[in-house]
Design a protein around this ligand. Structure first.
Ligand code: 3H9
Length: 717
């Protein structure tokens, strides 16, 4: 037995099995074997009456070790779970913290389940493109009923201890020391027979109170979602099986389905996405800042769409926030915007009126700079105008307490410009949110030349506290996220001039897996938003390739959904995009004016034109050290731009095509279209080695010297 991952002790006739694999006790090799051996030993030991299964530290088991997928396992969770259930002495699950996936499945096989108030229970396998494979699809419906089981398995969500108790998922909530409590219960039930085996229950026993059509309803709901994944359909089929076949047959079917899914393209991509996001949070050279270092109060300067969205993100995360506006009218509009966002959530039953009041109470309107000076962090979120931002940072420098984070939500302006307006450039960084800021999960943390590692670490931790994926980038035009997407936008506009239509391109991207096409997205954010940036770029660069079609539409007053016409037309406040002949005409006029030959495009050419352009740019970004790693770009695209998660991310997808094939095409387009397609040296290097783009990292010399570690200067309360 591997003593490092499993330990055993006997306390007053109770055998206590403790699993240990910090930080979350994922099921490492040796753990399942240890469970089987120790349950057997306890059964054979006359000095033991009952058994407790628990996890070391503050978690039970967060599931199978995701790194082990695709590798051969000597023992599977279904075997170790079966060994627990077959024990002749009762096994009590004692759960704290995360009790997920294979962890919950082992608990389901126990004869009694106890959790602390802090426990989080769930079967998140669906998020990894797989289904539970330790008997979870068969035992969970038998324990809590098919409808509740379907909800947990299909959503992958976590239930807290109170909900788990109400569902019948656990038997008791522990008070005091968990293991002592569980051992006491184990002694109490040691002689009770027959043992309560979850497999012996019938799912109908609990489900017959529910509508028998639940399975059909789940099938229809899944069909409406049009998920490209196989796992949801299989999960429904397996819960249906729990209602009609015996547990062994159900578990055998579960095993077959899991074996099919484990190495599917979608499951591999989703596992990659999980680790890309975890890695993106890491800043080379620093460990995670200690929990006590967090931002406990914040201020937002600007109550427009972004500012109010950011304020909501803080209030939702339980962090008090002040919202500063220049005039009482603007402040009133900002607060109304916030209220109407919460009202919409109440209408959709995502929030109760009481929760809304609680959150609104965390948002304090402010009209003077002095009143925000005591906050741990301030985020400037005003128009993209350099003079305005410099003025604001000058004022923030005067009022903010020492050590406060001075952050800007700018999406393109050089962080150094704002930093220079202060006497504390080390405390200045970008915290770039994506619209709507309270919904989108990306928070791009941007380093200026003088930003300290301490500031970056704290800003990234702040993003995580808001439930975001924080990804660090270097300061350059568009930073890493928007800069890597900009070539996609350019190509989609130029394709129009060559003969493609917006709705054709949108369909290609939606078929690829995006929830919305890029033109429909542009209508949502407003065509006018990037108009000024394009003018600025054109003025700065004589070689800048103007994008005539969007410019012309903006000049015609077509700003998108907000005024009923953009790339599409919209009728009577209906958000359905409808193709518009006016747009066809504008495109045709421009093609004629500039003498651009027209042709037809295949779906594949459209997809490759858009995404290869961004892959090439992403390589340049990594090469220049504006991102630590190529996988950070994937974390950004997944969380900021709605890139289909089952495709892993831009660079992961690129590797599925292969770097050599992409380079070949980029070179061909370079010859045809000129310098905007100049191949990145990194792309050429990786293609030459037939390597993986997603594994590319920035040369240390490009990024790290700017991040000189400095002693922590921030104030603690
Ligand atoms: C399963 O169980 C299948 C079964 O049905 C049967 C199979 C045969 N594996 O996120 P954090 C690492 S499928 C490996 O920063 P948090 C994570 O990478 C599995 N590693 O903390 C990180 O490492 P590092 C079902 C894992 O508090 C560290 O732990 N389970 C795993 O914000 C801390 O993680 C899941 O899908 C894992 N399973 O969130 C749960 N879990 O420090 C996946 C975590 O080197 N995990 N790590 O960067 C999560 O959702 C979150 O990590 C969790 C903690 C909520 C647990």
């Amino acid at each position: 037995m591997n003593d490092e991952v499993v330990s055993y002790e006997i306390r007053e006739r109770v055998g206590i099995i403790t699993l240990r694999n910090p930080p979350v006790n994922a099921l490492a090799p040796g753990m399942r074997e240890g469970i089987i051996d120790l349950v057997k030993a306890a059964n054979e030991d006359p000095a033991v009456d009952a058994i407790v299964l628990t996890g070391a530290g503050r978690n039970f088991i967060a599931g199978a070790d995701i790194r082990q997928f695709g590798k051969t396992r000597a023992v599977t969770s279904r075997t170790s779970a079966a060994a627990i259930e077959a024990s002749e002495k009762p096994v009590v699950a004692a759960m704290d913290g995360y009790c997920l996936g294979g962890g919950l499945e082992h608990a389901l096989a126990c004869h009694h389940r106890i959790a602390t108030p802090a426990a989080r229970l769930g079967l998140p396998e669906i998020k990894l493109g797989i289904i539970p494979a330790g008997g979870g699809t068969q035992r969970l419906p038998r324990l809590i009923g098919a409808a509740a089981a379907l909800d947990m398995i299909l959503s992958g969500r976590q239930a807290g201890a109170d909900e788990a108790l109400a569902l019948g998922l656990i038997d008791e909530i522990a008070t005091g020391d968990l293991v002592a409590f569980a051992a006491g219960v184990a002694r109490r039930i040691a002689l009770e027979r027959p043992l309560r085996k979850t497999s012996a229950l019938t799912a109908w026993r609990t489900a017959d109170r529910e509508k028998p059509e639940i399975i059909e309803m789940a099938r229809q709901a899944a069909a409406r979602k049009k998920s490209p994944l196989k796992a949801p359909g299989y999960a429904i089929e397996l819960v249906a099986a729990s209602l009609s076949v015996d547990v062994d047959a159900g578990i055998a079917l579960e095993h077959d389905r899991f074996s099919e899914l484990e190495d599917s393209d979608e499951a591999k991509a989703l596992r990659y996405a999980f680790f890309a996001e975890k890695t993106a949070g890491k800043i080379p050279g620093i460990a995670k800042p200690p929990a006590g270092d967090g931002v406990r109060s914040a201020a937002v300067v600007g109550g427009g769409t972004m500012g109010s969205g950011i304020a909501i993100a803080f209030a939702d995360a339980g962090i008090p926030v002040k919202m500063l506006e220049a005039t009482p009218e603007a402040l009133k509009r900002g607060m109304e915007r916030i209220r109407s966002t919460y009202d919409a959530r109440i209408r959709r039953k995502r929030l109760t009126p009481a929760q809304m009041q609680e959150r609104l109470a965390r948002i304090e309107p402010a009209s003077r700079y002095e009143s925000i000076g005591d906050c741990d962090a301030v985020i400037e979120a005003v128009f993209e105008r350099v003079d305005l931002k410099m003025d604001i940072f000058g004022k923030l420098d005067v009022v903010m307490k020492p050590g406060a984070l001075l952050l800007t939500n700018s999406s393109a302006i050089d962080i150094n410009v704002m930093a220079r307006a202060t006497k504390r450039p080390g405390s200045v960084a970008g915290a770039h949110f994506f619209a709507p800021a309270n919904v989108m999960k990306l928070c791009e943390i941007v380093a200026g030349d003088a930003t300290t590692i301490d500031t970056l670490g704290r800003a990234a931790a702040m993003g995580r506290a808001l439930g975001k994926i924080s990804v660090v980038a270097g300061s350059c035009d568009g930073f890493a996220a928007n800069r890597s997407r900009a070539p996609l936008v350019t190509e989609m506009m130029l394709l129009l001039e060559e003969g493609a239509l917006p709705w054709q391109i949108d369909k290609v991207m939606m078929d690829f897996g995006y929830p919305m096409g890029p033109f429909a997205v542009s209508d949502l954010s407003g065509l006018d938003v990037s108009y000024d940036t394009r003018k600025r770029r054109a003025a700065a660069d004589p070689d800048y390739r103007k994008l005539h079609v969007p410019d012309r539409l903006v000049e015609m007053g077509r700003h998108g959904q907000k005024n009923g016409a953009g790339w599409y037309r919209y009728e009577n406040n209906d958000r359905t995009p409808r193709p518009d002949a006016v747009v066809n005409q504008v495109i045709a006029d421009i093609a004629r004016e500039f003498g651009i030959p027209q042709r037809e495009f295949t779906d594949e050419e459209i997809l490759h034109r858009l995404l290869f352009a961004s892959v090439n740019e992403a390589c340049k970004i990594v090469d220049e050290g504006k991102s630590f790693r190529a996988s950070d770009i994937d974390a950004m695209w997944l969380n900021g731009f709605g890139f289909p998660r089952h495709r892993g991310g831009l660079m992961y997808w690129a590797d599925c095509i292969g770097a050599p094939a992409i380079l070949y095409q980029v070179q061909a387009w370079h010859e045809r279209y000129g310098k905007r397609w100049k191949p990145s040296p990194l792309l050429a290097l990786v293609a030459g080695e037939n390597g993986r783009l997603r594994e590319a990292v920035a040369p240390e010399t490009a990024f790290l010297p700017a991040l000189v570690p400095q002693p922590s200067t921030h104030a603690t309360k």
